[in-house]
Ligand binder design. Structure first.
Ligand code: SAM
Length: 224
């Protein structure tokens, strides 16, 4: 069957490039995310929503569409060494390229169109098309004792070491950089202590290196 769906809005996030985006929501809480609804949605469409603490956001991995999909992927959680079926993972390279993130709803700004939903830190690229929003209902959806396959608990964190002058950066930008780097954004299979990586986010270009369980921030350049 063929269905046609239209986006209902767009994501605004500090993540302007795919590299370095956290792999799940709330791993970088400083990275506030805003869902901007299309102008056709009025105050009626969000009536009652502000009373929920979390929302399910369905979206399209639009920057993965051209790359297609695969039957099996190498989840970063398994160090990129083992393959799992695409339906056992949260990979963007899936049929239909649909994503689902549970976002903390901070505030609903419905004072004027476009309506804006201000959310906690997401795992979404700036510009991601949103296709639906639903309230999160803990009594049916929170199954905290369910087996969770190869994903056991939160991922380990790196210790962040600043080796460059950063006192001019806004506090929130510093927090986003630190929280992102602590997640170890390198591809899972790479352990190259000499390699310098670059990551663009929140209006800056960050150069860093990872040695053992420490990440060294080498240089920060403001983007024009
Ligand atoms: N929580 C969602 C889910 O389970 O469907 C997304 C999980 S997926 C592992 C998160 C990754 O998707 C991010 O780290 C980023 O690399 C990638 N991503 C986020 N937004 C994207 C977009 N619009 N297009 C392509 N890839 C995207």
């Amino acid at each position: 069957m063929l269905f046609e769906i239209q986006s209902i809005g767009k994501i605004q996030s500090p993540f302007t490039h795919k590299f370095g985006i956290p792999r799940q929501p709330e791993l970088v809480p400083a990275a506030e995310t805003v869902i901007v609804l299309n102008d056709e949605f009025g105050v009626e469409s969000v009536r009652g929503l502000a009373e929920f603490g979390y929302i399910w956001v369905q979206f399209v991995f639009h920057e993965a569409v051209a790359e297609g999909w695969v039957q099996m992927v190498r989840p970063p959680r398994l160090g990129g060494k083992k393959k799992m079926g695409v339906f056992a993972t949260r990979s963007p390279h899936r049929p239909n390229h649909l994503g689902l993130s549970l976002l903390r709803l901070v505030r609903v700004d419905d004072s004027a169109r476009p309506i804006r939903l201000i959310c906690g830190g997401s795992d979404l690229l700036h510009g991601t098309p949103v296709v639906d929003i639903k309230p999160y209902i803990p009594f049916v959806e929170a199954q905290t004792d369910a087996p969770s396959g190869f994903v056991q608990g939160a991922p380990p964190q790196l210790r962040v070491v600043w080796q460059t002058n950063h006192f001019r950066l806004p506090e929130n930008t510093k927090a986003i950089i630190e929280q992102c780097l602590a997640q170890d954004p390198r591809p899972a299979y790479q352990d190259l202590p000499e390699r310098v990586y670059g990551m663009e986010l929140a209006g800056v270009d960050v150069k860093f290196r990872v040695v053992g369980d420490e990440v060294f921030i080498l240089q920060i350049n403001e983007l024009a």
